[in-house]
Write a protein that binds this ligand. Structure first.
Ligand SMILES: *Cc1c(COP(=O)(O)O)cnc(C)c1O
Length: 370
């Protein structure tokens, strides 16, 4: 059987009774859309973060788009982000009609190089969009200094950072708003699509509630456009409420897997993840680096049936679908070099020890032959 980087079936077996009870609870409630479960999840997710407001939406991509619109970002405004991210981060900026502008990433953490932000700001810049990629936070203190100096909004892309901390403070509470995805693979994942926006501002919360509900303030009456149908589904909200109570446990499980990799692979020739000072990493993905990446992946697949992943093989600015951004190859050298060398090892809380050991042994064998 092929070994993959992620699998939910063992977790489902463990939590099946609770998941099925969640589904039944919603189906028996008499209210299938924007009912007690979405409201309950929103309240509990905001409280878990110790912040004021949470609005459930249909996925992480739309969480970014709607949050930008709720923060007042308008077509033509520039939003500074990174190219080393999931393409949806940038698609979401595009969908808001805004113009994504890229800075390069730091060569140790592969996260936004905040030292490059000031030079990227123009008189059209309205927001900074740091992505807490792989499960650790961007260095937010220098980022906020740039935002304050230029009057920019700060939206965190937290799709990979549920429970991550920056100098003790939770990801999602470090800017003006934060977009989360609950895609099944994420640190907090639904059994389908889901997303949310956190914010400490009541007016942003109110704008988001309209944006996700056809632009209506009340039934049938549109008060603003664009309006979207971007609601969090009631079933997924109820499952997420229950999984939220286990989020600390999921994170601890991921950290235990990461520790084992670190022990076993130190000195192997792989560059292992570096946690920046002040960060608590939640290891959404465990990203390693090696110049012979493609050969390693090919051998692991052919010889051991281990299918590893690359997050992400193509920097966003080099994909043909983003040619209109006019950011040529060569303009983000760290991002471009990384894309050819990084790959991800299996990482999820219920990863069986035996599977992890098999991956480590196979990897050490392949590395020893290089
Ligand atoms: C998953 C992800 C998204 C998109 O979330 P969806 O729920 O899949 O729409 C956005 N940004 C990052 C960094 C992601 O990892």
């Amino acid at each position: 059987m092929t070994t993959h980087v992620w699998d939910y079936l063992a977790e489902y077996e463990e939590e099946r009774a609770d998941v099925l009870d969640a589904v039944d609870t919603v189906f028996r409630s008499g209210r299938l859309v924007l009912g007690a479960s979405v409201r309950g999840f929103e309240t509990e997710y905001a409280a878990w973060h110790g912040t004021g407001h949470c609005v459930g939406v249909d996925n992480g991509t739309n969480a970014v788009t709607l949050a930008l619109q709720a923060l007042g970002i308008r077509p033509g405004d520039e939003v500074v982000t990174v190219s080393n991210t999931a393409a949806p981060t940038v698609l979401a900026v595009d969908a808001a009609g805004a113009v994504p502008v890229f800075v390069d990433v730091h060569p140790d953490t592969y996260l936004m190089d905040t030292g490059q932000l000031a030079a990227a700001v123009t008189d059209r810049t309205r927001a900074l969009l740091p992505v807490h990629l792989y499960g650790q936070c961007v260095d937010m203190a220098p980022l906020r200094a740039v935002a304050e100096a230029h009057g920019l909004a700060v939206l965190e892309d937290c799709a990979q950072a549920h429970g991550a901390r920056y100098h003790g403070r939770l990801a999602g509470t470090l800017g003006d708003a934060a977009a989360f995805s609950f895609y099944p693979t994420k640190v907090l994942g639904a059994y389908g699509d889901g997303g949310a926006v956190l914010t400490r501002y009541a007016h942003v919360d109110a704008a988001l509630r309209r944006l996700r509900y056809y632009g209506m303030a009340d039934r049938y009456y549109v008060v603003r456009t664009p309006g979207h149908n971007s609601r969090l589904d009631e079933v997924h909200a109820e499952i997420l409420r229950r999984k939220l109570r286990r989020l600390d446990r999921y994170v601890a499980g991921r950290r235990a897997v990461a520790e084992r990799y670190e022990e076993a692979l130190a000195g192997s020739g792989l560059v292992l993840p570096v946690t920046a000072p002040g960060n608590d990493h939640v290891y959404y993905v465990y990203v390693v680096r090696h110049p012979e990446r493609d050969r390693i992946l090919r051998t692991l697949k052919e010889r051991h049936d281990i299918a590893l992943n690359i997050s992400y093989p193509w920097p966003v600015h080099t994909m043909s679908g983003f040619a209109h951004l006019g950011c040529p190859r060569g303009s983000l050298p760290v991002t471009e070099q990384l894309a050819g060398e990084i790959f991800s090892l299996p990482m999820y809380p219920s990863l069986p020890r035996g599977v992890q050991d098999r991956v480590i042994e196979a990897l050490l064998g392949v590395l020893g032959e290089l």
